[in-house]
Design a protein around this ligand. Structure first.
Ligand SMILES: Cc1cc2nc3c(=O)[nH]c(=O)nc-3n(C[C@H](O)[C@H](O)[C@H](O)COP(=O)(O)O)c2cc1C
Length: 186
């Protein structure tokens, strides 16, 4: 049966590079029968975790914003894909806000985020993972998955700057599509 895939897009550029790769991943997954939902985080009202720790009581996060619509989607997903540009040597703030708010699952030891697979799409302007700082986002992602005891299903990343650059990289486009195909039946 097709999987339920949730893609979180962390760029403000709706047609930007990480978004193009995420859409190719989505196309590959859909071709394999998966149900895919993509969320444009920049368009949502997601406030920063304020460390009130009320989530410790087990009733979720008390901040009443658009994250409330995302929690059920996170819980229902078989696969979660983080698609982000590198901003200042790590994830974009939009993506980090989303990640931080997953702290709300602490009462149940993050079980709601476990038992699923995770994938990463990362784009950056500089020439490699180190000079771009992309390595920091990858390290965060890997540490997060290790903490959650969750499987990393794949990563697609590369150098590109302007809107339209991703389309000029057929190998990465293909890689994203193939990862989607794999995730769709995973
Ligand atoms: C605010 C801002 C910060 C950025 N910081 C970095 C950076 O630290 N390292 C890097 O290699 N590229 C950086 N870039 C370039 C983007 O990562 C690059 O253009 C990427 O392809 C954008 O992805 P998108 O089209 O999905 O938005 C930055 C761009 C912006 C707008």
């Amino acid at each position: 049966m097709g999987k339920n895939i949730l893609i979180l897009k962390g760029s403000p550029r709706e047609k930007g590079n990480s978004s193009v790769l995420a859409d190719r991943l989505a196309a590959g997954a859909k071709a394999g029968g998966a149900k895919v939902e993509s969320i444009y985080l920049h368009g949502l009202d997601i406030r920063a975790c304020d460390a009130c720790d009320l989530c410790e009581q087990g009733n979720g996060c008390v901040i009443n914003d658009d994250m409330q619509d995302l929690y059920p989607k996170v819980e229902a997903a078989d696969v979660i894909v983080l698609a982000s540009p590198v901003y200042w040597f790590t994830f974009s703030a939009q993506m980090k806000l989303f990640i931080d708010r997953c702290y709300a699952y602490q009462a149940n030891d993050w079980r709601e985020m476990q038992g699923k697979k995770y994938a990463l799409i990362l784009t950056y302007g500089d020439s490699d993972l180190y000079t771009s700082g992309g390595i920091n986002a990858i390290s965060t992602f890997e540490t997060m998955c290790r903490f959650l005891n969750a499987e990393i299903a794949g990563m697609v990343y590369g150098t590109m700057s302007d809107v339209g650059d991703a389309e000029k990289q057929p190998e990465l486009i293909e890689q994203a599509y193939k990862l989607g195909q794999k995730l769709g039946v995973a």
